[in-house]
Ligand binder design. Structure first.
Ligand code: ASP
Length: 585
């Protein structure tokens, strides 16, 4: 017998209807002569009632059995407001056990208490939990909206190779050995970067792909070795064209999934300003409390600690939290002190509190009255305000204060969890110095264009070359990165040279790409949107595994299929591979 409707779809208006349902038994309760079964399918749960004439049929039914039922929808005497179908129940007239199930090794319910490793081992059961089903459907919706919006805007979806040449995102590659060409390897793409740029050279103008990317990175809680990007590239535009496309896409996604209307155009803040104001390149803009530079107040200070820092080119930076002084006791402040010292290498955390018109706190004594008055004036201090101060090198002070800002934002409930605040961070540094390699490396990837005014600093002052790379940040998460690319061959060669990549080496790695540049490369740029991040924010989870159907653990293991795993010697032989150290973990 086929079902006539989905379990989760029934409402009070259906009372009196005859229905046939099928699903998993989520719960079974005996109440005297009555048996109640919660029958679950993808759409939800409905209560089925078996009266004394029918109870026999479901006597042996247990959780996760598959049951098919026919009956009549009726209004419940005691509605259950927690359930979408809570106003009704189905009075069973027929019931058949379609399949039996062993006792599940995990609790199949939204608030399961089973530990995550067990859930990952039995992921197919874990995925029966409504919350995970909801997340996967949300992910599907986001992809569908992206496809629709980008298609309407004239983008073409094109697949690029998974067995590919090594790409330049800066992480380690996953390698795949070739059987036919022993000793040669493919690299799984870290992103489709080179291919999408080649598609611009090929004349497609607007490309997108929901692309699987692979990065063999060190263990991090919020990373998976493979992840998905909504990858976009477009020709004949600049940052404005790309930002407008992404903003339209985000507006459609947020409206159609969580019903949220995003602001018309997103804020843009250059990287350097961002670091100065928030101490991070991914600030959470749902609250203020920006970093304030107090250095000018102390330029002639006699307080030795501040003086020493300023004489060494450091800064005195501060955060102000209104009406928070009484919320941080000595002990609470000690914890903050530990946080900045151990987490961010700051030498110390000083504080001031405005108490009944007087400034008290760890540096109240050594500061002069004039200095304290100046601080109170600059920060417009009122009673019970708390000021946290770090005197250190700019980067250390602001990074630590940036992290403190977020911590206190949470602790003091300054963040509205129902809000989505986007911002573009622009003009990222072009290069960063790699201590490990002893040279400047591309901060984004080496195809990113430098800001035009900085081109002549490529060799003389690489540290201060800004690039046309940008990130889109949402509520403190980096949602995407991208850039305007270099489209002139000689500039590309110069950038390679600036990162110590000889033309010979560059040709060896990306020769085909450099060749392509010679045949009329259009100005172009693009983005890679982290799909998992986006879905995580929409789903309100901070666990990336909650939005991936078959994720790995933090240590890149798939506990269900037990991969990676050893392979037969014969398979290795055919690939010409010998394992040098079999015991190496
Ligand atoms: N390929 C870049 C990345 O994965 C994104 C881009 O520049 O379009 O970060």
């Amino acid at each position: 017998m086929n079902r006539t409707c989905e379990n989760g779809s029934l409402r009070a208006a259906d009372a009196g209807k005859k229905v046939s349902l099928i699903g998993w038994v989520s719960k079974r309760r005996n109440l005297g002569s009555l048996v109640f079964v919660d029958l679950r399918d993808r759409s939800g749960i409905v209560q089925v009632t078996f009266d004394e004439t029918m109870a026999e049929k479901v006597k042996e039914v247990r959780s996760e059995y598959i049951l098919s039922v026919s009956g009549t929808v009726q209004l419940r005497k005691d509605p259950n407001p927690k359930l979408a179908t809570g106003e009704i129940e189905v009075l069973a007239e027929e019931g058949t056990i379609v399949n039996r199930a062993e006792t599940a090794p995990i609790t199949i319910a939204d608030d399961t208490d089973t530990n995550e490793d067990t859930r990952l081992k039995y992921r197919y059961l874990d995925l029966r939990r409504p919350v995970l089903q909801k997340n996967m459907i949300l992910r599907h919706k986001v992809c569908m909206i992206a496809r629709r919006v980008l298609d309407e805007k004239g983008f073409v979806e094109i697949e690029t190779p998974i067995l590919a040449r090594s790409t330049p995102e800066g992480a380690r590659d996953y390698l795949v050995p070739s059987r036919i060409y022993n000793g040669r390897f493919w690299a799984l793409p870290q992103s489709p970067q080179i291919y999408k740029q080649l598609l611009m050279i090929a004349g497609f103008e607007k490309y997108f792909q929901i692309a699987r990317c692979f990065r063999d990175e060190d263990l991090r809680a919020d990373r998976q070795p493979e992840f998905t990007q909504i990858d976009i590239e477009m020709s004949f535009g600049d940052e404005n064209t790309i930002f407008a496309t992404v903003e339209d896409l985000m507006k459609a996604i947020f409206k159609q999934t969580v019903g949220y209307t995003l602001e018309d155009s997103f804020v843009r803040i250059p990287y350097a300003e961002c670091i100065r104001r928030f101490g991070t390149d991914k600030p959470d803009l749902r609250f203020g409390n920006e970093i304030i530079d107090l250095s000018p107040i102390f330029k002639d200070t006699e307080f030795a600690v501040f003086k020493g820092v300023l004489d060494n080119g450091g800064v005195i930076s501060a955060l102000k939290f209104e009406n928070a002084a009484d919320k941080y006791s000595r002990k609470g402040l000690d914890k903050l002190q530990d946080f900045v010292k151990h987490g961010f290498k700051a030498k110390a955390l000083a504080y001031l509190k405005m108490e009944k018109g007087t400034l008290t706190g760890s540096v109240a004594k050594p500061l002069s009255d004039a200095e304290k008055a100046a601080v109170a004036e600059q920060l417009c201090l009122k009673d019970n305000d708390l000021v946290l101060i770090i005197a250190d090198k700019l980067k250390i002070a602001n990074t630590a204060l940036g992290a403190l800002r977020v911590r206190l934002g949470h602790e003091l409930n300054l963040i509205n969890n129902d809000e989505y605040k986007f911002l573009w961070v622009t003009e990222f540094p072009m290069f960063e110095y790699s201590e490990e390699e002893g040279r400047w490396v591309a901060a984004h990837h080496p195809f990113t264009a430098p800001v035009e005014a900085d081109v002549d600093k490529l060799f003389s002052d690489p540290e201060h070359v800004s690039s046309r790379a940008y990130d889109l940040v949402l509520n403190g998460y980096e949602l995407l990165s991208g850039s305007i690319r270099i489209h002139e061959q000689d500039l590309q060669e110069k950038v390679f040279e600036a990162i110590g990549l000889t033309m010979e080496k560059a040709k060896e790695r990306f020769g085909f790409f450099l060749d392509a540049f010679r045949y009329g490369t259009p100005p172009h740029g693009g983005v890679g949107i982290g799909l998992e991040r986006l879905v995580m924010v929409l789903a309100g989870t901070d666990n990336i595994r909650d939005v991936v159907a078959f994720p790995t653990t933090n240590s890149s293991l798939d506990l269900m299929s037990e991969s990676p795993n050893v392979v037969d010697q014969a398979q290795l032989d055919i690939l010409g591979i010998e394992i040098a150290n079999k015991n190496k973990e």
